[in-house]
Design a protein around this ligand. Structure first.
Ligand SMILES: [Zn+2]
Length: 126
């Protein structure tokens, strides 16, 4: 654990602020207007689809932020999940939910790319 108590406190603050900013879902009007014509309804539905996608992503992100917080209390924050090395603090600041160090992340991305190029899981998932 290379992070100081002061740095950790800063991360806790940043993560909580991030959580607060995404946990407030913006109000969205439901299609309840009987007068709305089909175009309006289609537009509203498209809007809701985008909203739901964003919301789903936010839920996932909120979950990752919560995990980051529990890692902080467990004294594991900033540790790479694969090799156990310290994650660069600049990287953590840019990405509060980072769980891998740069080299493990690059390795993971390389593997994902290879999987995609070879058709990945799609071949045997059918
Ligand atoms: Zn690593």
């Amino acid at each position: 654990m290379a992070l100081t108590a002061k740095q950790l406190a800063e991360f806790v603050r940043a993560i909580k602020a991030e959580k607060a900013s995404i946990s407030k879902p913006q109000a969205i009007e439901l299609v309840t207007d009987k007068q709305a014509d089909e175009v309006d309804i289609a537009a509203k539905m498209a809007e809701q689809t985008i909203y739901h996608k964003l919301f789903a992503r936010n839920i996932l992100y909120a979950k990752k932020l919560a995990e980051a917080l529990s890692k902080i209390s467990a004294g594991k924050y900033g540790e790479c999940e694969i090799c156990g090395d310290d994650i660069d603090i600049k990287r953590l600041k840019a990405r509060l939910t980072a769980t891998l160090c740069v080299s493990c992340k690059e390795e993971q991305e390389r593997m994902e790319k290879t999987l995609r190029q070879t058709g990945g899981a799609s071949g045997w998932e059918k």
